[in-house]
Design a protein around this ligand. Structure first.
Ligand code: SF4
Length: 488
C-alpha cells in the first residue's frame, strides 16, 4: 500500500450522482445476465468468460455455450475442444475451455456439485480469481462482496478514496471503509463509468459529472480537440492590435479584464517594454490563449507579443535583420490561410534623428510582406508610427516636419499602398477625427487632439476577407487605443 493519508473524498455524494448518471450508460454484460437470471451456474460461467474480453464478445460466447450446456451436468458432457470452439474468440479461450471442462469434476469433488457462495471457496475452482468470486457471491447469492476489477481499483485511487497498488489491496481497503450499502453496486457503477467517462487512458474529465469532487490523482487530462483549427477556419475572427505602452503598467489598469471583455481571437500588442521573465503568471498564461513574445534586448524598451486562441502553424520571430530584431519589432504567426504580422515601427524621433533607421526598417518590412504575399493572405497590424494623410491627425499643418508626419515617412506609406496593401479602416470610414494615439499632455485625449498611427493593412487580393474595421477609442489604459477588424 502507498503511505500517504487518504483524502476526504465524499463517497456518498459520488455514488448518489454516479448511480443516476450510469443509468444511461451501457450496462456491463455480467450485470445484464444477472438481471436476466440469478442462476449461479450461468453467472459463474459468464464471469469466467468475461475476463479480458469485450462485453459483446462475452455475451455472444455465453449465448452459444448455454445453448449447448444450459446446466453443470450438460457442461460435463462437452469435450474441451467443443467448448473452445463455442466460446471462441473470448480472450484466452483455450485456457478458459480447459478450466470450464474441468469445472464440473472439481465442483463434484470439492462441493458436492454445488456452486459455493463464499469468495474463499470459489477461488479454489479452476479459472476463478477473487474478482470473479466476488462477482458471483454478489450477483448470484446477493451477499455482500466487493468485486474489484481494474476500473474499481483505478477510479477509487484517482479519487484518493484508497491509496493502493493492487486490486487485492483495493478490495481489502474497501472492505475496511466502504459503507456496505455500496459493496454490491460499486463494480457495476464504476465499470460502466470507467468504460464511458473515466476511461483508463485520458479520462473525459471535461464532461465528467463529478469533476468538482474529484481530485484527479495521477490523471493526465484528455486534450480537447482544437476548436480553432481547420474546421473552424472560416469563422469570422475578431483581431485586435494595441500599443499598450508597457504591459506591466497596463496590467495594473485592468488589462486582463479588458481582454476578457473584448474577447479577441488574436490580440497583438506593441511596446510591451518587458521580458517574459518579468511578467506575472496571469500575463504569461492568459486564460484561453497561447502567447508568443519578442521582447527587445534592451530592458524596458519596445517589444511585441501576440495572444492567440488558435495555435499557429508557424511563428516567425523578427525580420531576419539583426538591428531591427534586437529591438523586438516584428512577430509573425502563420495560420492555415493567412499570415498575421504584428509590427512596432520605429519612431523617427525628435529632429528625425532615427528617420534613416526607420526607412531602412520600412524597406525590410515591405520585402518581408512581399515574400509572404504569394503564399497566402497577409495581414499586417501594429503601431506604424506614421499618420498617412492630413485627415489622420488633428493638426497636420503644424506637424509637417515632425516625426510621424514627415514627407519621407508618408511617402513610404504611399509606396506601401502602391505595393498592394489596403488600409482597412479607410475601407469603412472616411471621417476626420478618428484617432488611435493622443499625447498624455494638454488633456489631448479628452479634447481629441490625436493621431491615427495604428493600423490593420491587408493585401489587396484579400480585402474582401475584412468584414469591418474599427477604432476602440473608449478603451483606456495606454496613450494608444486598440484597433480592431473582423476577418474571415
Ligand atoms: S474528473 Fe476525470 S478522473 Fe475524476 S472521475 Fe471524472 S473522469 Fe475520472
Amino acid at each position: 500500500m502507498k503511505n500517504n493519508p487518504p483524502l476526504n473524498f465524499d463517497i456518498h455524494q459520488a455514488f448518489t450522482i454516479l448511480a443516476k448518471e450510469v443509468e444511461t450508460y451501457q450496462v456491463p454484460v455480467i450485470d445484464l445476465m444477472a438481471a436476466q437470471s440469478t442462476d449461479p451456474y450461468r453467472i459463474l460461467i459468464a464471469t469466467i468468460l468475461s475476463a479480458r474480453t469485450k462485453d459483446e464478445v462475452t455475451a455472444k460466447a455465453a449465448g452459444r455455450l448455454f445453448k449447448q450446456a444450459p446446466s453443470l451436468e450438460s457442461l460435463a458432457l462437452l469435450p474441451e475442444e467443443k467448448i473452445a470452439k463455442l466460446i471462441y474468440p473470448v480472450g484466452f479461450y483455450k485456457t478458459k475451455a480447459r478450466h470450464l471442462s474441468s469445472l464440473p469434476g472439481q465442483l463434484a469433488d470439492l462441493y458436492n456439485s454445488q456452486i459455493p457462495d463464499t469468495v474463499e471457496s470459489l477461488i479454489k475452482l479452476p479459472g476463478v480469481g477473487r474478482k470473479t468470486a466476488n462477482l458471483v457471491v454478489c450477483l448470484a447469492f446477493n451477499k455482500p462482496a466487493i468485486c474489484v476489477d481494474t476500473h474499481v481499483h483505478r477510479i477509487t485511487n484517482i479519487w484518493g478514496y484508497v491509496q493502493t497498488s493492487t486490486p487485492l489491496q483495493t478490495e481489502m481497503a474497501l472492505r475496511e471503509k466502504l459503507p456496505t450499502q455500496y459493496w454490491a453496486r460499486i463494480n457495476s457503477i464504476l465499470v460502466a463509468f470507467g468504460q464511458g467517462t473515466c476511461r483508463p487512458l485520458r479520462p473525459h474529465c471535461d464532461r465528467c459529472i463529478i469533476n468538482n469532487l474529484c481530485p484527479k490523482i495521477g490523471v493526465t487530462a484528455r486534450r480537447l480537440p482544437d476548436k480553432s483549427t481547420s474546421p473552424d477556419s472560416s469563422r469570422p475572427k475578431k483581431l485586435i492590435s494595441w500599443n499598450v505602452n508597457g504591459i506591466r503598467a497596463i496590467e495594473k489598469k485592468g488589462f486582463t479584464e479588458i481582454v476578457n471583455e473584448l474577447n479577441p481571437d488574436i490580440l497583438a500588442l506593441q511596446e510591451i517594454k518587458a521580458q517574459p521573465d518579468q511578467l506575472s503568471d496571469q500575463l504569461l498564461n492568459l486564460a484561453g490563449y497561447q502567447s508568443y513574445w519578442l521582447p527587445a534586448e534592451k530592458k524596458g524598451y519596445s517589444g511585441v507579443c501576440i495572444y492567440t486562441k488558435t495555435k499557429p502553424i508557424r511563428v516567425i520571430y523578427g525580420l531576419g535583420e539583426d538591428v531591427a530584431d534586437r529591438e523586438g519589432r516584428v512577430l509573425t504567426l502563420e495560420f492555415d490561410n493567412y499570415y498575421f504580422i504584428n509590427t512596432y515601427f520605429p519612431n523617427a524621433q525628435h529632429g528625425l534623428k532615427r528617420l534613416e533607421f526607420k526607412l531602412d526598417f520600412n524597406r525590410h518590412i515591405l520585402n518581408f510582406c512581399q515574400n509572404l504575399f504569394p503564399k497566402k493572405s497577409v495581414l499586417i497590424t501594429g503601431d506604424f508610427n506614421v499618420a498617412h494623410q492630413p485627415i489622420d491627425l488633428e493638426n497636420p499643418d503644424n506637424n509637417e516636419k515632425n516625426p510621424g508626419f514627415s514627407p519621407p515617412e508618408r511617402a513610404w506609406m504611399d509606396d506601401f499602398i502602391k505595393a498592394g496593401y489596403q488600409d482597412t479602416f479607410r475601407m469603412y470610414n472616411q471621417q476626420p477625427g478618428q484617432y488611435t494615439w493622443w499625447s498624455y499632455r494638454f488633456n489631448a485625449r479628452a479634447r481629441n487632439i490625436g493621431w491615427r498611427i495604428d493600423y490593420f493593412f491587408i493585401d489587396q487580393n484579400s480585402k474582401s476577407r475584412v468584414k469591418s474595421a474599427d477604432i476602440l477609442s473608449s478603451i483606456m489604459g495606454s496613450d494608444h487605443c486598440p484597433v480592431q477588424i473582423i476577418f474571415k
